[in-house]
Ligand binder design. Structure first.
Ligand SMILES: Cc1cc2nc3c(=O)[nH]c(=O)nc-3n(C[C@H](O)[C@H](O)[C@H](O)COP(=O)(O)OP(=O)(O)OC[C@H]3O[C@@H](n4cnc5c(N)ncnc54)[C@H](O)[C@@H]3O)c2cc1C
Length: 387
């Protein structure tokens, strides 16, 4: 039988993170968002709660949980705020996870303990100014071996967590050779502060304003040959796996935002009146919220399915793409409807729904656009090709 009932452990985690988001994040995050400031104190508290170590073994300072647990935490955080959720998502599923999955014992031992504690953050540098969807065609960053060191040249765009004062490294994807006419891509760990690595200023973003996103430039940036992650030429396969997992996590963030819109609207329509009645009295409003809840629930079930398959070691590529597409579209639609229900206040930044509205759009872009998700689903159905 299929069971959608959470284990006691997972449910306890869900409740703990929900309470943390309500008590610690909600009261202050709007100020950080407006100032475009990274919330170091909140991130430190998330670290103490063990959130950055959720899916990693205890020997590295992790919590010994699983990817489903990480997604539950992301869902509950995003229900209140997406900047902190994406900071956790990028730090764990894009930053630390490739080191855990593909790193040597030495690399795991060196980097994972402080990443699992949330004392330091790792970033994943895949996208380049010339292209994110067609990353192989668009990649210009190169690395060549010289005197026992990789010499990296090129640049990366939109890299989350790459410029905080607690960022410890970025895993950069670079072309390290050619094979059968195709670029050979490798992943290389570049510690923060390495000469030749320039971290750009924080972008001015529409949403996720309390998260850190920057451009990186590499100019004759030298790191030891031992900083290669896994084998040379395996970078393409590594980032495909990393992105498949990341899509499940973004789906959980999306479903959380969609559910947060419902939470905010339920509270608002019980208070606000028009034409002699509370807003919740009107069927047009009830139906809008019923549709929002339907989308949020479907989005949640979609990531539950993908994450459960991932944890069970079953194929999950198609389900991850479906969950990401379903979740991001639910988030966009719910944010639009929630803003409408709040009327003029929905357009005021001090209200969480305004933040949700600004944060929702990027969910249809990051870690594979909606078009890319449709390509993946079509390919999985055996109908790829054409344009
Ligand atoms: C806030 C933020 C944080 C991010 N964090 C990271 C990070 O930490 N690490 C990282 O590596 N990247 C990160 N990204 C980059 C993100 O993953 C890319 O923006 C995304 O993959 C899209 O790439 P692009 O922006 O180059 O758009 P493009 O690839 O140029 O696409 C432009 C448009 O064309 C469409 N398109 C492209 N090809 C096709 C096709 N064949 N058929 C139909 N439509 C097509 C796309 O769907 C899109 O609508 C981040 C982005 C943002 C905005």
């Amino acid at each position: 039988m299929i069971s959608f009932r959470l284990s006691d452990e997972h449910d306890q985690l869900r409740l703990t993170v929900a309470e943390f988001a309500r008590a610690v994040v909600a009261p202050v995050i709007g100020g950080f968002y407006e100032r475009g400031e990274f919330p170091y104190g909140i991130v430190a508290e998330m670290g103490k709660l063990g959130l950055f170590g959720l899916p990693f073994p205890e020997e590295y300072g992790g919590m010994g949980g699983d990817y489903f647990a990480l997604c539950l935490a992301l869902h509950e955080l995003a229900r209140v705020d997406s900047s902190v959720a994406i900071t956790l998502e990028a730090a764990v599923s894009l930053g630390a996870m490739p080191i855990y999955r593909f790193g040597s014992d030495q690399q795991r031992g060196q980097w994972l303990p402080e990443l699992c504690q949330g004392e330091r953050l790792a970033a994943f540098g895949l996208t380049e100014p010339g292209g994110g969807s067609d990353i192989v065609g668009g990649m210009r960053t190169t690395a060549r071996l010289e005197d026992g060191e990789w010499v990296i040249d090129g640049s990366k765009a939109f890299i989350t967590n790459s410029g905080t004062s607690i960022t410890s490294l970025v895993t950069a994807l670079a072309i390290t050779g050619r094979s059968a006419g195709r670029p050979e891509i490798s992943a290389i760990i570049v510690p923060s502060g390495t000469p030749g690595l320039t971290v750009g200023p924080e972008y001015s973003k529409v949403g996720w304003c309390a998260s850190d996103t920057r451009e990186l430039a590499f100019s004759s940036c030298r790191v030891p040959a031992a900083n290669l992650l896994g084998e040379a030429g395996r970078g393409y396969a590594q980032f495909l796996q990393t992105l498949d997992e990341g899509r499940v996590a973004i789906a959980a963030v999306s479903a959380g935002l969609a559910a947060g819109c419902v939470d905010e609207c339920l509270a608002y329509v019980a208070e606000r009146s028009a034409f002699g009645h509370r807003l919740g009295h009107y069927q047009a409003i009830q139906f809008k919220i019923a549709d929002m809840e339907t989308r949020a629930h479907g989005a949640m079930l979609a990531w539950y399915d993908a994450a459960a398959r991932l944890v069970a070691g079953q194929p999950f590529k198609k389900q991850a793409a479906i969950a990401k597409l379903t979740g991001s579209e639910a988030a966009m639609a719910n944010a639009r409807d929630a803003t409408q229900i709040f009327g003029g206040y929905g357009f005021m930044n001090e209200f969480p729904v305004a933040r949700f509205y600004r944060d929702a759009k990027v969910l249809e872009i990051g870690e594979g656009t909606s078009e890319v998700q449709r390509m993946v689903i079509a390919r999985e159905l055996g109908i790829s090709g054409g344009s």
